[in-house]
Design a binder for this molecule. Sequence first.
Ligand code: 3HC
Length: 700
Amino acid sequence: MSFIRTEDRDGVRVITLDNPPVNSLSFALSGELVPIVEAADKDDGVKAVVFIGANGIFSAGADVNDFSTEPTPETRTIRDVIAAVERSNKIYVAAIQKNALGGGLELSLACDYRVATADTKVGLPEIKLGLLPGAGGTQRLPRLIGAQDALDMMLKGKNVKAADAKEKGILDEVVESADGLLDAALKLAKNTEKRRISRRKVELGKGITAQAAPFIVSQAHKMVPAEDAGGFAAHKLIDAVEAAFELPFEFGIAREARLFEELARSAPSFALRHVFFAERELAKIPGLGDAKPLEVKKAGVIGAGTMGTGIAITFAQAGIPVAVIDSNADAVEKARQTVFGMFMYQVQKGRMTQEEAWKLGQSIHFTDDYNELADADVVIEAVFESMDVKKQVFEKLDGIVKPEGILASNTSTLDIDEMASVTKRRDKFVGLHFFVPANIMPLLEIVRGKDTSAQTLATAFKLGKTLRKTAVLSTNAFGFIGNRMVFDYAKAAGALAEEGISPMRIDRVAKTFGFPMGPFAMGDLSGIDVAWHIAKARPDVAKGRTDVIDRLVEMKRLGQKTMAGYFRYDKSVGKGREPIADPEIEALFADEAKKHGIAPREVSDDEILQRLVFALINRGAYLLEEGVALRPGDIDIVYIFGYGFPPHHGGPMWYADEVGVKHVYDKVVEFGWEPAPLLKSIAEKNGTFAALKQGELINA
Ligand code: 3HC
């Protein structure tokens, strides 16, 4: 198979990268490209070379799959291509469309000139994969735009729009569209002189002296997370940039390559690469066939509470007008203020103009008239979590919304089939579970009911993409994926506290692992009353949870909103959001423990972590077996995007593989929990979740 096409145009060799879908610069492509570059260099008829991409894109960089394969002595990488360009005496121009990312940008940086279409974004996002730019990026970009700017771009892995990239000096020219791209590149190739990025030592940035280098480096090390807390790649990246200050170019390149190889084999990078591919698997739903999604041009939301308002803002931001139905004038007034405040904040931050904010605000229409939803393509119910109330809403909607309109519930625990049963369009019924605040949280659980049609599901996934959400499929099961698992997690935390470990210490262990907050702070944030209601509705699921929840509800300590829950809150400490340890609650746990004959015991931090995370893993295994979640990776994404599981550990199921499923199983048994049969069978085979075949899991 060929990945490269060449064509000579008046002394310029045009080399087209053609490796669909994103022209990744795989080992195979590089193996083909190195001799082509060498041949162009030797050809007297060739004055210059233009690199351009097929498939509407320049290149997404190295092929991420290759990093998990063992190279042979014959393997050629993008580094070899760049070395061939570097050795060559011809002029090289990169003609960039849509994206030059990672190795794609690094190849461009090795060229003499770079021209791009106006819709292009360039960047070195390797850090998001737990890597550093390993094909010269850490040495060339700082030399081109100054170390400080380059460090910022690489440490954040941020993509820069064409116009900004030109201003920074990354691009030489920006053309309107792809139509004029090749011509502009050919012009540069023919009419310019060779001009590689200078090999002299790096400059820091405008107005910064060379003496500041050690300061910049030490500051950068301080600003990124610790090596074992998600910052492993960041520190290595800074080391590579430091080499650009200190070492001659070739030595810097060699150090970068060594650091890159180290990262490519590191556990955090394997985990982040898993996350990258798991995210892209999500929408691959068996049985969906070629179902054509419907277009959503108008939406409706029922309920102007926190959730409904957040959902409405999300639609508005995605350019879909939305009508919000609520008959409570106070709620509507509050919602209006939230919407206004939200868009004004964006204006203040310089993210949009006043006019844009005004336009977005106008696309959210508050009303108490259901009839305004007659022509809505999708209506999402976000009312009080009560089956009776929701059924009333759907019965009404079914009589008003056009027959092809999709009805969706934002319930977090209730049975969507029961809701669908009151409508005459069960095939057009789906769960769309947003997370609070809906306009910020990236996760969306799409819940498939027993009659949800392929087209409805396809529409839900397309809508998820339009709303810029990370959408994960769940079947209609209590708590779906995320909340079902969080119950077991919270239960494990409560049991630990009853054994005499303070909530503060348990939370600290979770935070040290990488969660943004611990289980008790999370309970306080989501509301103790919420957990209490769920426990009342489903005593089977709540079995074994601490009775302290009941005591807290009796005491009206409902969490952050009442400034007291498992912790105390004080307006003067962290704006009322910082948990303060409360001995009264520790005593409450001790009382409950005594009642149940639980003796206090010494528990190590390791055990605390295991009991929290292994509870997630065991429940995750049940969910896979029951077909609630499609793939281990889907669960990982739910936990990373919805609950702050540290991405450098890859999500709970990936983490199980990392520490060993057998080890997890042994501990689950030791803790006296009922192990999921799937966990047991994988442990017995000494296998991994990652190795599970999709087909073995799907109950679709
Ligand atoms: N390697 C392998 N596969 C890749 C890839 C890459 N670098 N980039 C994208 N793909 C695959 C995706 O897995 C997906 O495959 P699928 O269709 O089988 O699921 C397909 O290409 C399309 O990708 P998206 O669904 O993400 O398509 P979008 O159009 O939404 O986005 C993109 C395109 C902006 C290019 C996005 O894919 C992206 O950001 N890619 C990753 C870029 C990146 O991280 N590059 C750095 C690579 S590491 C590197 O270069 C090391 C070097 O320094 C040595």
